[in-house]
Ligand binder design. Structure first.
Ligand SMILES: Cc1cc2nc3c(=O)[nH]c(=O)nc-3n(C[C@H](O)[C@H](O)[C@H](O)COP(=O)(O)O)c2cc1C
Length: 174
């Protein structure tokens, strides 16, 4: 598991090759099996492969969405705010699980934040809801851009784990 965690890096440039239906399903399975508070399962996904829709999604955010330029697939991660007050946490865990599943399949991914972000004219969540016909009760956490990697990134090493952030028994004790 730690090897997989070290290998995962944000990939923002992808090859043209599409993902198979089964590959996308495997990644979704990881998200659907992630834990949720009180097991309420408020998280849902919108899979987008249409190039025009992908580029409309890119413009739902004013910067930091260039991963959508080449991604052949994106999973939009949404949460039913009426079902759970902690849908953000649940949706975050689901996204992280899907990133690790993608990595384990040799695929690249990047988390593109939408919640609390803006396009050049409006709130990013509102824009995404408009593009994808998502009902208002859903929050939009992020868009996970996915595909075969077209850039090489160095995996993390053991020493990159900064243990100065770890405190034992009480804050400040090393
Ligand atoms: C909550 C969150 C929001 C992020 N938002 C974006 C984003 O909007 N665009 C982007 O390209 N990367 C985004 N990232 C990816 C981070 O920039 C990246 O994880 C960080 O720089 C560390 O690099 P690494 O993923 O290669 O380890 C986000 C990551 C997280 C966890």
């Amino acid at each position: 598991m730690l090897e997989l965690i070290k290998e995962r890096r944000s990939i923002r440039s992808f090859k043209e090759e599409k993902l198979s239906e089964e590959a996308v399903k495997e990644i979704l399975r990881a998200g659907l099996l992630a834990p949720t508070s009180k097991n309420k399962k408020p998280v849902e996904f919108v899979v987008v492969e249409d190039r025009e829709t992908l580029s409309r999604l890119k413009f739902c955010k004013d910067k930091g969405s260039n991963g959508l330029d080449t991604a052949p697939c994106a999973i939009v991660v949404i949460g039913d705010a009426e079902k759970s007050d902690v849908w953000v946490e649940d949706a975050s865990i689901a996204t992280a699980f899907m990133q690790l599943q993608a990595e384990s399949m040799g695929l690249g991914s990047v988390w593109i934040q939408m919640r609390k972000r803006r396009s050049c004219s409006d709130d990013s969540e509102k824009e995404v809801r408009k593009v994808l016909n998502i009902p208002d009760k859903y929050g939009v956490l992020d868009i996970l851009a996915l595909g075969y990697k077209n850039e090489l990134k160095k995996p993390y090493e053991e020493d990159d784990a900064d243990f100065s952030k770890v405190h034992f028994e009480s804050y400040g004790r090393k």
